[in-house]
Design a protein around this ligand. Structure first.
Ligand code: NDP
Length: 285
């Protein structure tokens, strides 16, 4: 078994499948720009794409893979269940639509996008057992969750038989989210860090600029490498091919333990979030 794909490490999930540690995120890329962005990313060397039903661009992700001349099997594709489809019948229908849009009979990883604990009478357990069926019938090679807090994960552990393969959560130097990350690690759940460069805001931070200058690289490269050293999976988004390339070339420079620690100390706790709090987020429309 290879341990890398190109320069990118492969991480083993708790179900034995492997995920490239560095991928490409397509949140907020308009559908009409997505195929071209995905094609450009794959040309640079990315082999992992993170999309979602809610992003409205699954079909164009598949088009981008075809335009790059790659076989579906050469790219790790993640999608996520829409917030309006948590009830089991809706989840089954929505999952079928994802496969249809991806033009594939499987997805590598399928996630519950948000726990929505204040919706659906607080029931995300029946949603999870529906995803277990997708895993059992092979249409989802791996299943996981996103934006789950510790108590949500504990409820799944109490009520169901399958530990999520991943928990995709907001994490970056301004919001390290280390308590949830520690629970994930302890329970063999891989952490995926969304908005890894805090949507660009952390790139002007003096500590980041200092470390970047010392290493002779771009600030985004320093922050992405920090995630890699922490063991998390990341998939920065960019529509700019020069930035896509920059975000991909993060394995060939040195960064010291002191520098990694200085980046971790930028944590502002919950004040550092760029996105909503999963305990209260309730947008299902
Ligand atoms: P990112 O932290 O990846 O930041 C993206 C922003 O930074 C864009 O504005 C981009 O602009 C800019 N940027 C990218 N690279 C560089 C660079 N090298 N230098 C300067 N600016 C740069 O934020 P996202 O919110 O997009 O998160 C990444 C992915 O995480 C998403 O695409 C999605 O897949 C996932 N995600 C998941 C969520 C969830 O709830 N599960 C929530 C949010 C994100 P430009 O495009 O112009 O280069």
């Amino acid at each position: 078994m290879n341990t890398t794909i190109g320069n990118v490490p492969l991480i083993t999930l708790n179900d034995g499948n492997h995920i490239p540690q560095l991928g490409f995120g397509v949140f907020k890329i308009p559908p009409q720009e997505t195929a071209e962005a995905v094609r450009a990313a794959l040309e640079i060397g990315y082999r992992h794409i993170d999309t979602a039903q809610g992003y409205g661009n699954e079909r164009e992700v598949a088009q981008g893979i075809r335009d790059a001349g790659l076989d579906r099997s050469e790219v790790f594709v993640t999608s996520k269940l829409g917030n309006s489809a948590h009830r089991p019948d809706d989840a089954r229908r929505a999952f079928g639509q994802t496969l249809e849009r991806l033009g594939s009979d499987y997805v590598d990883l399928f996630l519950i996008h948000w726990p929505l604990p204040t919706c659906y009478d607080g029931d995300f357990v029946s949603t999870w057992t529906t995803l277990e069926d997708f895993k059992a019938d092979g249409r989802a090679r791996s299943i996981g969750v996103s934006n789950f807090q510790i108590h949500h994960l504990q409820e799944l552990a109490r009520e169901t038989a399958t530990t999520p393969a991943v928990n995709q959560i907001e994490a970056h130097p301004y919001f390290t989210n280390d308590t949830v990350r520690a629970y994930n690690t302890e329970h063999d759940i891989v952490t995926e860090a969304w908005s890894p460069i805090a949507r660009g805001t952390v790139l002007r931070e003096p500590t980041v600029l200092r470390v970047a200058r010392a290493a002779g690289v771009h600030p985004a490269q320093v922050v992405l490498r920090w995630h890699i050293e922490r063991g998390d999976v990341v998939f920065p988004k960019s529509v700019n091919p020069a930035r896509m390339r920059e975000n991909f070339e993060i394995f060939d420079f040195e960064i010291t333990d002191e520098e990694l620690q200085a980046l971790t100390e930028l944590d502002r706790g919950a004040d550092g979030r760029t996105g909503p709090d999963p305990d209260t987020f309730d947008r299902i429309g």
